[in-house]
Write a protein that binds this ligand. Structure first.
Ligand code: ATP
Ligand code: MG
Length: 198
């Protein structure tokens, strides 16, 4: 068999498999996407997907759960868009935390905003950026998060980002992607630069 025939046969086989997969995937509904791992690319992937939704005229909301996010390029670019509601929660947990109880109250307040959005059918997509830290540091009960995500409208998609993903969220997710840290410019001595890191 010559090279071309062999290649054509391989491609035909591949096409049959892909077509069968497409025929099987018939459902249309909102999904839960988790973006986890230690490499760079989780939040930027979430905002890229969000931009895709907005491009199709869909309404979206973003909640950023970490502190000091008001000067990011994504916020400055998207905050005034009529289809985007952008909430910067920005309470001071992580290693700067001074007061667990205070931060817990702040995280719960932020989550109350999320719960409202997760009941609102007008939103095609909700991005919960860096939510995982609030759960991993025990500011938020994971079961409360799971319940709200599971109770959302049928057609609403949710994207959650954060390095360490709770297993309870993975258990109910539709798409889970892990960004692996192979190399990062920071370790080569390059500082966090506007327009690249934030
Ligand atoms: P991005 O927002 O660029 O998509 P991310 O959401 O995957 O990154 P986070 O874990 O949220 O990354 O970290 C936030 C910041 O830390 C970003 O500026 C990111 O570039 C940077 N960062 C991500 N991974 C690493 C790493 N492995 N080493 C150093 N800095 C990192
Ligand atoms: Mg991020």
């Amino acid at each position: 068999m010559d090279k071309q025939t062999k290649h054509n046969q391989r491609m035909a086989k591949k096409k049959r498999i892909v077509d069968a997969g497409i025929a099987k995937a018939q459902e249309e509904r909102g999904i839960l996407i988790l973006l986890k791992g230690n490499g760079k690319g989780k939040s930027s992937s979430a905002f890229g997907t969000m931009a895709r939704a907005v491009g199709h005229g869909k309404r979206v909301a973003v909640l950023q759960f970490t502190k000091g996010k008001e000067d990011t390029g994504e916020y400055l670019m998207f905050k005034d868009h009529p289809l985007i509601d952008w909430h910067v929660m920005g309470y001071g947990f992580t290693w700067e935390t001074q007061n667990f109880e205070q931060d817990k109250v702040a995280a719960e307040k932020a989550w109350e905003v999320a719960e409202k959005l997760l009941q609102d059918e007008r939103y095609f997509m909700i991005v919960l950026d860096e939510l995982t830290y609030s759960i991993n540091y025990k500011y938020l009960d994971v079961n409360r998060v799971v319940a709200a995500v599971q109770g959302r409208p049928h057609d609403q998609t949710v994207i959650i980002t954060g390095r360490g993903m709770p297993k309870e969220l993975e258990a109910i997710a539709d798409t889970v992607s892990e960004v692996k840290d192979v190399q990062h410019a920071f370790r080569k001595g390059v500082m966090a630069q506007a327009g690249i890191e934030y």
